[in-house]
Design a protein around this ligand. Structure first.
Ligand SMILES: [Zn+2]
Ligand SMILES: [Zn+2]
Length: 189
């Protein structure tokens, strides 16, 4: 399990510290990649990962899987759930890995366990005992796959460029999400 400790250290460096989420996320990512027949810690062009929470665990998953937002291989879903889905875009095979411990936190939380002790315990626990694996099917829009841009357009309202087919069509014109729908920001002037 020295691989685990090495990958944990790297994930901790990326995240800023080794916390419980990094301990679990590292193990989850190793478990998921091994199930996919991939090598944890090594970049794999076939792999796309959907993370379901924007908390510590996802930083470890990013670090171990070597996926990235900029390469379109990491898809943060923001569901607030302790799970991630691993997709092989060559074969279509996909698994959703759920952190069972995080889902049982109200039942057995061992408050006395330090992060070091947790890491030691998790290193020596088989992934099967920690995670539930679901076979799933994931439809990925070709615009969301890694590679050269397929669609580029321009917003008829704000004039800004819209990549990757994210435009909305209305009356024969393209609009960005901010102009078409509601935006996460409000212009102050
Ligand atoms: Zn953390
Ligand atoms: Zn616009």
């Amino acid at each position: 399990m020295s691989d685990y400790m090495e990958l944990l250290k790297k994930a901790g460096e990326f995240h800023g510290d080794i916390c419980g989420g990094i301990v679990m996320g590292t193990k989850l990512a190793i478990h998921g990649m091994e199930h996919m027949g991939m090598t944890p810690g090594e970049k794999d062009k076939r792999l796309i990962v959907f993370t379901e929470i924007d908390r510590c665990i996802s930083d470890a998953i990013l670090s171990v899987t070597r996926t990235s937002l900029g390469k379109k291989s990491l898809k943060p879903m923001g569901y607030g759930k302790f799970a991630a889905t691993f997709v092989n875009i060559d074969t279509g095979e996909a698994i959703r890995v759920v952190d069972v411990r995080a889902n049982e936190r109200d039942r057995d939380e061992d408050d006395d366990e330090t992060v070091e002790e947790l890491a030691e315990r998790i290193a020596n626990t088989p992934g099967e005992e920690l995670f539930k694996i679901q076979k799933v099917s994931v439809k990925i829009n070709p615009n969301d796959l890694p590679g050269k841009p397929l669609e580029v357009s321009r917003c008829n309202d704000c004039g800004e460029v819209i990549m990757d087919g994210k435009q909305h069509l209305q009356g024969g014109h393209a609009y960005c999400t901010s102009c078409y729908d509601k935006s996460y920001y409000e212009l102050l002037e």
